[in-house]
Structures are given as C-alpha cells and as structure tokens.
Design a protein around this ligand. Sequence first.
Ligand code: ADP
Ligand code: MG
Length: 366
Amino acid sequence: MIKIEHLSKNYGDLVVLKDITIEIKTGEVVTIIGPSGTGKSTLLRCLNLLEYPSGGSIYINGVDILDKKVDVAKIRQKMNMVFQSFNLFSHLSVLENLTIGPIKLKGMSKQAAQTKALELLRLVGLAEKTDSFPDELSGGQQQRVAIARCLAMEPEIILFDEPTSALDPTMIREVLSVIHRLAREGMTMAIVTHEMDFARDVSNRVLYMDEGIIYEEGPPEQIFEHPKEEKTRAFIQRIRSYTCRISSPDYDLYAMNAEIEVFCEKQILPKKTRNNLLLLVEELLQIYTPYLPTIVLDLTIAYAEKSERLKIVCESSGEAANPLDSDNLSDDDLGLTIIKNLTERIDYQWLNGKNRLQFLLKTNQP
Ligand code: ADP
Ligand code: MG
C-alpha cells in the first residue's frame, strides 16, 4: 500500500533522514522506535507532506505522492496524523472538531458528518462529550477526540507521533486501548511510540530507527527479545531500565518510589519482586544518605542481560571506597543484613572515577 524508497531529508547541512526504505501493507501495524532526535517525527511528517523530502520517493497504491501535480490536501486525508499535543480546535465543540474536516474538505453534508461523528465518538468512548469543549476534557479524552477526528477523514493509514507521551499513566492506557481496538479492526497504522509493551503487543513489525536510517526491522519478538544489531540491543536495554540521580539528602523519595513502581508495572514484575526492589532501594539509600551532601549518586535499575534478573547499580562520586565497607556500618548492621538477604550477588568496582556497586536481586524468594 505504501512504498517508501531511499527517502532523505536534510535541513541545510543537518542530515536527518539518510536513506529510508520501507513498505507498509494494508492492515499492517508498524511501530517505529528509537532514541530522540533520530528523525522519527520527521519521517512521519514527510509521509503526509508536512515536510517535503529532500530525496527519494513515496508511493501510495502505486501513485507517486511527491509528484508536483498531486493534491497535498488529499494526501493528508489519506495519511492522517495524530500528534503528541492533540492539536484540537479549542474554540470548537467536540462534535464540531469532528465535523469541520469532512464538511469543508470532503464536501459532506452537515447531517451526514454529524451522524458519522457520533458513531466515531461512540467508538472512542466519548459520545457523552459531544457538546463539551476541548479544555473541559482530560488529556486522555482530548487525545481520543483527536483520534476520532482523524478517523472522520476516513484515512487509509493513520500516522501516530508519540500519541501518549504527554499523558499520565491511566490516560496512556485509555488511549492505547483505543489504538488497540483500531488495530483489531484492521486499520493500517504507523506509530512512533516509547511504550514498549504496547509496541510489542500491537505491532506486526517494529522498525528501530537510529542515525537517520532504519537500523533494524523485524517482528516484535526479534526486536525486543533477540535484536540482531548491537545498537538495537543497547537501546532496548536502556529503555528497559530506570535511572535517577540523587545529589542531596532532600531528594524527593515519594516521586522516586512512584517512578520505580511505574517501571515495575511496565516490566510486569510480580508484586513480591516489586516490594523487594523497593525495600532494597530504601535500605541502599539509608547507607548513602550520610554522604549525600557531598556526593552524587546515580541509581539504575535494569535487567541483567542473559540472566533476566533485576540488577541495581549504584554509582557514586567521592573517594575510592566501597560504601558497604564503611566504618559507619558494623557487620551486623540491620540495613546491611537486609540488603544481603535480598540480593544474590554484590559486586564492587572502582570504575571511571566512580564507586560502582552492583546488586542482583534474588528471585523466587520463599
Ligand atoms: P525524533 O522524532 O526521532 O525525536 P525529529 O524528527 O523530531 O526526531 O528530529 C530529528 C532532527 O531534526 C533533530 O536534530 C531536530 O533538531 C531536527 N529538526 C527537526 N525539524 C527541524 C526543522 N524544521 N528545522 C531544522 N531542524 C529540524
Ligand atoms: Mg519526535
């Protein structure tokens, strides 16, 4: 259905897209992942001609849309886009947001446009909100309206650019559920997302983009479980981890615990593991707190490659010394005992001018 060949885009000297070749078939759901700044948004914007590519070609059903004779407004209807920031018309009601496009651009009658709009609002769970204005809705509701508005143009493919990255966790879910439903109904979609569980569940194919090219592509199992390229592996590893920097004894413990819980939820960790992890972090912070006025602590929670165990890495500045061997701690220190009980391995290293302690969290605790 869509064929992109050797697509490139530069802004002056800055080469954003180098050489992109992709095919998307009807009914396929393709997700695009990769670090920020690698051109994911630019790619989507080139597809629906919000940006004009510097080179290459884009065909929809065999028609070259970069041909100067092509009607750009028609192309945008065919490849309609949903943005991170909703982009609803704030002075129009929800219903009017959905009907304005079909009436003005597709020449639909008001009556027909309203009937269709109501049907779509029902599909996204917002039929009650037809007369509300966008600022009376939550972010998740606004994004669902934006999706319904996009559908009102009867696109052949929907392009989503990080549709949930401006939303809170519950709202992320409501929006992802709607996208899941569209996928089940056979909608062709290209989705840029940072929600990896979602990408794994919803996609037929995942494209890993880096350095302006499609670095690796394949079914979700390949990209997430057995990536072939080193860069893909490093990226997946990184996004499957949580990091925070603590540089004062007055750090926000509640915010940090909440973020760790969100991380656990995303990784679908059992409750027991989650509780052990939180306890371990709490005890570790007890040990580091006396030093916090003068040191900086980087705490990372990640999956250890191969073993699929959670590892917790504490990297701290200061003089070379193992924080667990400190004179302040006796061998029967309660905190230290808890840490030892929760972990099956502790490694200390002086590395790159930092004290690096790595803990492997025990699994299958009785
Ligand atoms: P991603 O969506 O993967 O984070 P983007 O496509 O937004 O990446 O951006 C890729 C690169 O292109 C970035 O370095 C960005 O600064 C640059 N860029 C994007 N749009 C423009 C523009 N209109 N003019 C100049 N540079 C741009
Ligand atoms: Mg982007």
